[in-house]
Design a protein around this ligand. Sequence first.
Ligand SMILES: [Mg+2]
Length: 240
Amino acid sequence: MIRADKLLLFDIDGTLVDTEGAGLVALEAGFFNAFPFCREKAFPSLDLGGATDSSVVAFLFDHFAIENHGGHRDLFFDEYLLALDCCMREFRDRGKGRVLSGVPELLGRLEKCEDYLLGILTGNVEAGARLKLKHFDIDHYFGFGAFGTDHETRNGLGPIAIERAEVAVGKGFDPSKTIIIGDTLKDIACARAFDARVIAVATGGASEEMLESGSPDILLPNFADTAATIEAIDSLFTSD
Ligand SMILES: [Mg+2]
């Protein structure tokens, strides 16, 4: 049995990595490859920050009047994942896309902390999440997660992540000893929805002022200072 009794659940986009738009390009390309007859209509603008892939697909199907059933969703996600892999390779060749400052150092340090178990809580579909993490060579830090097709709304993902952690390591975790780490107000709301703690980081689309309005337990400008970030994480438990 592992010693860790505290769970750190990381968002991906804007928190660990910046794909610099590859996700959005892949959504549009994947969608039109799956449903070419929709090309006559313009692709709508999407607010992806903190959204789940399930909710994005539901919105697109509604916009293009496509019936939302398993066959259509599978068709879309197959094409999206092919497009995502392709876009991320293309972006890399053009020098676009990056793991965010301090992230590899932070994950490396946290992995060695016996008190913490690292997991993912993201709006990405699982295969898309794994593709992004692998692309930036940080996939090996995460053995489990809750993903964007596990629940349509992000607020439903916290309890699922806790269940997955238990399955992964054979030990239960308490929401009060769980920290959500993310870059949007939706990450903060997701933590509050299951009484977890939350650290907001202003490396995604939301400014520090905007994140402050959601009253996170801690707000960081970025993860560039590894020691300060670990101190912030530790402080959420030493203040009990
Ligand atoms: Mg994010």
